[in-house]
Design a protein around this ligand. Structure first.
Ligand code: INI
Length: 155
């Protein structure tokens, strides 16, 4: 029985980061985590492009456009949606989640979800290089794994 599983060997190709400026204090840390993961896995800095968008809601459109160019092995989406007093959080986060899924499915290019959805700034910082790791770093590893996995799949 064949088993398909991506590994973390250095992939060829370029990667794109799409990062939201909203809560940039947090997102800068996710971007740094993603770049660090790529560097540690042999992906050169000049193989990574970075696009900034106003907020997480705008991420899917740019991610889809970049993925559709087929210039990238994977697109990594980075943002921080932090719950406030209104239901804006729910709209922004659900729009980003479904849009990112659609960008990947419609292009066939891995579009990685690296957006924090948290109740508080403290939770977000904990996941952006604090005591709970760095979701940007994790997202870059997922991009490498998916890139290597897709190369193995038949067809
Ligand atoms: N965008 C975020 O990335 N994070 C948030 O927490 C957030 N909140 O809470 O409002 C947010 N809003 C902006 C949104 O992404 C769009 O940029 C804006 O609605 C314009 O379309």
């Amino acid at each position: 029985m064949p088993i398909f599983e991506g590994n973390l060997t250095t992939p060829s190709g370029r990667f794109a980061l799409v990062a939201a400026r909203f809560n940039q204090f947090v997102v800068d840390r996710l971007v740094a985590g993603a770049k660090d993961a790529f560097k540690r896995h042999g992906v050169a800095d000049d193989a990574i492009d970075l696009a900034w968008v106003p907020g997480s809601f705008e991420i899917p459109l740019v991610a889809q456009k970049l993925a559709a160019t087929k210039k990238y092995a994977a697109v990594i989406c980075l943002g921080a949606v932090i719950r406030g007093d209104t239901d804006h959080y729910d709209h922004v986060s659900s729009g980003a989640i479904s849009g990112i899924a659609q960008a990947g499915l419609s292009t066939g290019v891995p579009v990685i979800f690296g957006i924090l959805t948290c109740d508080t700034l403290e939770q977000a910082l904990n996941r952006a290089g604090g005591k709970s790791g760095n979701r940007g770093h994790d997202a870059a590893l997922s991009a490498i794994e998916m890139t290597n996995l897709l190369k193995q799949l038949p067809g």
